[in-house]
Structure formats: structure tokens, C-alpha cells
Design a protein around this ligand. Structure first.
Ligand code: DOR
Length: 454
């Protein structure tokens, strides 16, 4: 009989099957028992989950780990540690590295860097060679290694004919293409959302149509080819409408939104702080309301961080010269809990909190905790093709990839204390409610009492 090595004690287990008070016994990397009052054998580790939820580990579909090539911003090891502290047991590493992850050799290299990391790193392969959008990357060679998601993220595939071919190959290989929807002609020279704030500030804008035009095109291509598509970081009301209608017509598409597009608007750019520069840009109040509505009605399948670390020097450049991107792995769950489940508004340092007219303390229907977990754990696990080991349910025989969440713990985001190598968080100084207490990866505690163990 397998020996119990770790017991998560006194919590409330939440997964896709429901909620119950239970201890969780773990040994040799798997869940051995889920019962109230499990005896702790001598020598076993006990993780206190009193007052906490015990959930399947979170799964991030979208993180930039910067290695190889930009190790000053992040490394696989530090990104995985940040992920574990944020409750993630798996994350998808985006291929816009240097060299890009566009062939088997680089996929293998990144996987090797991830051995022993605090979270499982799933590598996304590039769709095109060098992410240049000119020629298909060797998708079959990477699929052979188990790569399940392909994307040129950081840029969209501009050439419709090439995207059509890519979808045909993807369909034959049984893999998913994740599109960064951005028509480069429409977005060229833009640094923020095109709207009232960009006019007021005199900053060239990126119109909502830059995203929607490519999304609409790709829906046509998905229909044509039968290829599976996932849409990254959707940010506009029009995008949410397009995906809603595509799903109603039975197209095999999924979509994600980021914590920042769910909580911040282009008003924050009025601070001129490049920490609020991101691609796609922070949008209008109406767009924010629409992406929240998309989450609420199931149009949006997942919350993904788009964790995009950049060194401080780069983010201190003038707004138009600074690179776009925000770190997010360590704050995503707490931001979502605070704003979507508790329905509170954030006071962004130096910025204007998102506060649409007519709303009471955040307004809108609060997203139940179980639904939020689905958006952060089991639904992205299915999109990434890792439901066999991440996302639960928490039941005997399942891989022991878990996180323990204290829903009442309050904390203030201090960029200096993040485990990420970069500190470009837009939530600096925000008081958040909800914190990851422990994370268990493959049966081992990689975060204990909010401290990383690896
Ligand atoms: O803001 C962004 N930063 N959006 C992207 O698509 C790429 C990312 C990065 O790599 O910095």
C-alpha cells in the first residue's frame, strides 16, 4: 500500500465536482484519500488548510518566461517560482524568446531548463519560423514532442493563407492554434487604446478593430478548416460578441482574458506610467464590462495572466518607447478574487480606479468562487491538454497538483517582494483579498505558508 507522505488538513475541497469539508492525503505524487479526519502517519508532512479552500492547482495558458535570450527579465526557474506562489501548478511558456521556440531543439532546451522547477512548464511552439509570419514552423516535429499549443504570440499571423495552412496542419495533428489577434496595419504606431483617452492625451491609438478584424477572419478560417483555435488576451466588446456568436454556431473555439483587462481601463494611461502599457492595450469601461459579461455567461473560457516581465530600465522609458507587458502570475488569483468574487474596485497607485457610473462597489453579479476556479484551473487545463494531471478533480488516484487558498487573507502588492525577476506590476500598492497559502506539485509542497520551497 502506498504510504501517506503529506496531509492537507482541515480545509474545504473545491473542484469541478463540488465542495466538501475534507482532508487530503497524498503519497508518491498522487491523491490517496479525500475524507474528513484522515489520520496523519508518523513522519508525514501536514499542511494546515484551516479556513482555506483546497483546489486543483491553477493552470496559466499564457506566460512569458523570457528564457532563452532575455534572462535579465525572467528565467524559467523564477517564472515557475512566481507561478507556484500564485497557486499555479502548470503554465504555458510563450515562444517569443531568443531564439524563438520554433523547432524541436529549442522546445527541448526549455523543457530541460524546467526540470525541477516549482511548476510544470508546458512549452508552446511558434506557428511560423522565427515568428516572422512568413513560413510554417515544423509543427509536426514539435507535436511529436507533445507540444499541444502553437502561437506566434506577441504578434498575430498576418497572412490569412498561411494561417489557413497552419489550421489545416493543426487539425491533422490534433493540436490547437492560439492566436494573438492583432492586425499589424491597423495597430501600427499605436501605444494605447484608441478612444477618448488617447484623443485627450494625444497618444496614437490601437483601435478595437485591430483585434476584431483578425478574430473575425480566423473564425472564418476555423469554419473552413475545422482547426481548433484559442484566442489569447481578448480585450474588446466586439471580440466577446464575435466569440459568443461563433460558439453559438458550434465552432471549436476557446478564449481567454487577462486579470488586467478585467480590472483596469485606458484611464490609467493618464498617469503616463509605462507600467500600464500592455498589448492589447487597456480598453474602455464598456470593453471592461463586456469582457466581464463574457466571463459570466461562459463565452470566455479562461483567465490567463499574459505574465510579461520587463526590466525596470525598459519600463522607465517614455510611454511611447517602453515595451508593452505586465507581470501577473503572483497576483492573478487575488486580483480576480478581490474584483470578481468580492466585487471590490482596486485603487491603482497614481491611476484612476475603474469605476463605471451607476455601479455600487463594483456592481455586476459576483462570480461564484467555484466558477472562478474553473476559469483558472480546470478549463485552462482542458485547453492546454493536461487534464490528465492538472485541474482535478481532487480524488483518489489523481495527480497531487493542488493549491490551498485562504480567501480572507488580505495583503498589499509590493513589487519588491515578487519572486519574478521583474517588478512591472500595475497592481503595486493595491490591497488584495485572497492569498495562496500552499501549493503542492506532484505530491511535494513547493509553497508552504506563502513561502517558496524551491
Ligand atoms: O503586452 C504584451 N507583452 N503583449 C504581448 O502580446 C507580448 C508581451 C511580451 O512578450 O512582452
Amino acid at each position: 500500500m502506498t504510504r501517506v507522505q503529506l496531509v492537507v488538513r482541515g480545509g474545504t475541497v473545491v473542484d469541478a465536482t463540488g465542495t466538501r469539508r475534507a482532508d487530503v492525503a497524498v503519497g508518491e505524487g498522487v491523491v490517496l484519500g479525500v475524507d474528513p479526519g484522515i489520520d496523519v502517519p508518523r513522519g508525514a508532512t501536514v499542511l494546515d488548510a484551516g479556513g482555506c479552500f483546497v483546489a486543483p492547482g491553477l493552470v496559466d495558458l499564457h506566460a512569458h518566461l523570457r528564457e532563452p535570450g532575455a534572462e535579465e527579465a525572467e528565467r524559467v526557474e523564477t517564472g515557475a517560482r512566481a507561478a507556484a506562489l500564485g497557486g499555479y501548478t502548470a503554465l504555458v511558456a510563450m515562444p517569443n524568446t531568443d531564439p524563438p521556440m520554433d523547432c524541436a531543439a529549442v522546445v527541448r532546451q526549455v523543457r530541460e531548463l524546467a526540470v525541477g522547477a516549482a511548476a510544470e512548464v508546458l512549452v508552446a511552439g511558434a506557428i511560423t519560423v522565427g515568428r516572422r509570419g512568413e513560413q510554417l514552423a515544423p509543427l509536426a516535429e514539435m507535436a511529436e514532442l507533445g507540444v499541444r499549443l502553437f502561437t506566434d504570440d506577441g504578434a498575430g499571423v498576418q497572412d490569412a493563407r498561411l494561417m489557413r495552412r497552419a489550421l489545416e496542419y493543426a487539425s491533422a495533428l490534433g493540436v490547437t492554434l492560439a492566436q494573438h489577434c492583432e492586425d499589424a496595419c491597423l495597430s501600427a504606431d499605436g501605444h494605447m487604446h484608441e478612444g477618448e483617452w488617447s484623443s485627450r492625451l494625444g497618444v496614437p491609438g490601437v483601435p478595437a478593430a485591430a483585434e476584431e478584424v483578425m478574430l473575425a477572419r480566423d473564425l472564418g478560417l476555423a469554419r473552413q478548416t475545422g482547426g481548433r483555435l484559442h484566442f489569447l488576451h481578448l480585450s474588446t466588446a466586439g471580440s466577446v460578441d464575435l466569440v459568443r456568436s461563433a460558439k453559438a454556431h458550434g465552432l471549436p473555439v476557446t478564449a481567454e482574458v487577462t486579470p488586467h483587462h478585467l480590472t483596469l481601463t485606458d484611464a490609467a494611461v493618464g498617469t503616463w506610467d509605462p507600467v500600464f502599457k500592455v498589448n492589447p492595450p487597456l480598453r474602455s469601461d464598456e470593453d471592461l464590462e463586456a469582457v466581464r459579461a463574457g466571463l459570466a455567461d461562459g463565452t470566455i473560457d479562461a483567465i490567463a495572466t499574459d505574465h510579461a516581465p520587463h526590466p525596470q530600465e525598459a519600463k522607465e522609458a517614455p510611454f511611447d518607447q517602453a515595451p508593452p507587458g505586465m507581470v501577473g502570475l503572483e497576483t492573478a488569483l487575488a486580483v480576480a478574487l478581490t474584483c470578481l468574487t468580492e466585487g471590490e474596485e482596486l485603487e491603482v497607485a497614481g491611476g484612476r480606479p475603474h469605476r463605471p457610473e451607476g455601479r455600487q462597489g463594483g456592481g455586476g453579479a459576483a462570480l461564484p468562487f467555484e466558477r472562478l476556479l474553473g476559469l483558472l484551473s480546470w478549463k485552462p487545463a482542458a485547453i492546454a491538454g493536461v487534464s490528465n494531471r492538472h485541474g482535478g478533480p481532487v480524488a483518489p488516484g489523481a495527480k497531487a497538483n493542488l493549491c490551498v487558498i485562504d480567501p480572507t487573507a488580505e495583503w498589499v502588492v509590493d513589487p519588491a517582494r515578487l519572486a519574478s525577476r521583474s517588478a512591472n506590476t500595475p497592481f503595486a500598492g493595491c490591497r488584495l483579498k485572497g492569498r495562496v497559502r500552499h501549493t503542492v506539485l506532484g505530491g511535494e509542497a513547493v509553497v508552504v505558508d506563502a513561502e517558496a520551497q524551491r
